[in-house]
Design a protein around this ligand. Sequence first.
Ligand SMILES: NC(=O)C1=CN([C@@H]2O[C@H](COP(=O)(O)OP(=O)(O)OC[C@H]3O[C@@H](n4cnc5c(N)ncnc54)[C@H](OP(=O)(O)O)[C@@H]3O)[C@@H](O)[C@H]2O)C=CC1
Ligand SMILES: O=C(O)[C@@H]1CCC=N1
Length: 271
Amino acid sequence: MSAAGRLWLAGCGTMAGAMLRRWLSSGLDPAAVTVVRPSGRPVAPGVAVHAAPPAGTPDLLLLGFKPQKLAEAAPRFAPHVGPDTILVSILAGVELATLRRAFPAAGAIVRAMPNTPVAIGEGVVGLFGEGGPEAPANATVAALMAPLGLVEWIADEALFDVVTALAGSGPAFLFRFIDALGAGGAALGLAPDQAARFALATVQGAAQLAARAEAPPAALAEQVASPGGSTRAGLAVLDEAGALARLVEATLAAATRRNAEMAQAARDATA
Ligand SMILES: NC(=O)C1=CN([C@@H]2O[C@H](COP(=O)(O)OP(=O)(O)OC[C@H]3O[C@@H](n4cnc5c(N)ncnc54)[C@H](OP(=O)(O)O)[C@@H]3O)[C@@H](O)[C@H]2O)C=CC1
Ligand SMILES: O=C(O)[C@@H]1CCC=N1
């Protein structure tokens, strides 16, 4: 049995599957886990998989389906959620109030926003719960999330959509940057496969250096850019009229807006 007791995953696709992989590789007993997914596809040795909720009540139910599925799925799971069940939702956008309406009997509800690097214990998990970080259920959730990477509580639920854009979607934006770095090198004559390898290793090394350094990333950039040198010429392009900063802010703003739209759609669908 895990620290969270009997753990049910409602949906086990890309994101919940990544979380489960890390939990299992960090020692979670597969016998404590039940996955409910319409396809009934097997997940991992020892993990029970059902196409519909089986009899019983989990200690912790993780909602891992798409926000658009909430109205359809909630009535199927709600009868299995009681006052001793902690409900954890990774649904982008969907607010605590909507979840509480859909699962009125839940003992506690916590929103969690993970990202796919949790699969290797290098992810980010933002948390927001009904009772604040000190509520007993929230300590259980934080302990469950601990092996996944950086786990932090968010002070204000209104900011959860921004957390989702930055950390939840963030890996996709960085994967694009890795591709763009490689494609840029290839456009200037490098063999595409070599450019792709150099781009990935450069991003990996820079991220690890930044994570270990005491200096902030801006200072590390200055260390690379010799006065009058070539890096400075490249940075000038990224910095011209705040080009990169504006592009990234617009990217996060678009993703944040979409999270709010999905929240509204979930509110409407469950009203
Ligand atoms: N992908 C990501 O990087 C991130 C995703 N999220 C959130 O995670 C959630 C899942 O996204 P993602 O993993 O990408 O999506 P996937 O499409 O990969 O997985 C969706 C899962 O939901 C299951 N499912 C569909 N309908 C139901 C239902 N009625 N009851 C139970 N399970 C159902 C599917 O079952 P089956 O496998 O049988 O088809 C599948 O396992 C979303 O809410 C998203 O906002 C949050 C952070 C990051
Ligand atoms: O794209 C999505 O909607 C989800 C939210 C964060 C990452 N994937």
